[in-house]
Design a binder for this molecule. Structure first.
Ligand code: SF4
Length: 150
């Protein structure tokens, strides 16, 4: 009797890394090679999940407060025009975490430098600074390993 196959561990992947049209400027990226079986991959775009349209103007953190601070109510994400987008970013992060929990995902491959998905660097205004995106911070706080992809 053959043994049934082991269930594949699901992993989250930023949808833009897979060639989805969800970036702020609607640019389609060359799909990255994610070293996981195709049926394991769960694409997510936290900014679209949070209700933001594509295309959208870029979003930034303020005052050196990045994802962790924003999650805990100590910072904001704003558009170029100064519109407060914090609620959309936090909402998108919560919806992404819900998807991760439902899938049983323990790891997430995330697009570097995004105010949602960045793992090591993000933008405060036009400056690139050390920091983490809102979704990356929430996933990490919930024990999900975040893996940066350029
Ligand atoms: S970096 Fe994250 S939030 Fe931005 S487009 Fe890609 S998946 Fe969406």
């Amino acid at each position: 009797m053959t043994k049934p196959p082991e269930p594949t561990e699901k992993v989250l992947v930023s949808a833009c890394l897979l060639g989805y049209r969800c970036r702020y400027n609607a640019e389609i990226l060359e799909p990255r090679k994610i070293p996981e079986p195709v049926d394991a991959i769960v694409p997510i775009c936290p900014e679209e999940l949070g209700g933001l349209p594509t295309p959208r103007t870029p979003s930034f953190f303020e005052d050196m407060q990045t994802g962790r601070e924003v999650l805990h109510g100590n910072g904001r994400v704003v558009s170029e025009a100064g519109e407060d987008r914090t609620a959309a970013f936090v909402n998108g992060a919560k919806k992404t975490l819900k998807i991760a929990k439902e899938a049983g995902a323990k790891r997430a491959y995330l697009k570097e430098r995004s105010p949602s998905c960045g793992c090591h660097t993000v933008y405060v205004g036009e400056d690139r600074v050390p920091g983490i995106g809102v979704t990356a911070a929430l996933l990490e706080e919930n024990g999900i390993v975040i893996i940066s992809v350029e």
